[in-house]
Design a protein around this ligand. Sequence first.
Ligand SMILES: [Zn+2]
Length: 249
Amino acid sequence: MDLALAAVVFAPGLALGSFLNVVAARLPLRRSIVRPPSACMSCGQEIRWYDNIPLLSYVLLRGRCRDCEARIPPVYPAVELLTGVLLAGCVLAFGLSAEAAVAAFFCAALVAVSAIDFEHRIIPNRIVLPATVLVLLANTARDLSPEWIVAGLAASGFLFAAALAYPAGMGMGDVKLALLMGVALGKTVSVALMAGMLAAMIPGIFLFARHGKKARKIGIPFGPFLALGSVVALFWGHGILDAYLSTLH
Ligand SMILES: [Zn+2]
């Protein structure tokens, strides 16, 4: 049953991913996300409706503009697929519930923030701050507990201390993203931070192997790793936290 529901949610998830692509492309440039309609970045030709079907159009056009044959960046279908999978995952994990709705909204915000941070090295306040307020209100209404705000403040405080200690590695955008993560995840935000930092070490080690000490000067955007950690915590956080806490007894 849940699997069928998840399959049904996948298609609107792809469409939402398509919208998140527009947000990620236009929001950092302070352009409207409603108008004008999408156009080819290379030749400016407006994209026809039948060339604007998430995922499918990219495959049928073999990743090129119908008019000028410029390459369509593979990040577009990747964002669509990722959003579809995450939304299906939310329904699979939480059923048709308020929890699933909050989780899906949180995932959408993470995808948009990651795409923007990856491309522009900024974590936009205009997504993170309203999303934090909405998610905090929704989670508190769903489950009246100080856990959400406490986890948010603890996570952002932790990254704030890390940013002070190592200013090259993290920015205030990451600190604000941690606030959103905390109010969305509650206590499992600890799993998200740990998983995010572990994942960020992988390209860190790779860069160090390739560039030696100069690698310290090459900044990598931390937002996508925090987002990855958040997804791990959202779906598996309670299990990981329980397993970790049981090793302490
Ligand atoms: Zn074109």
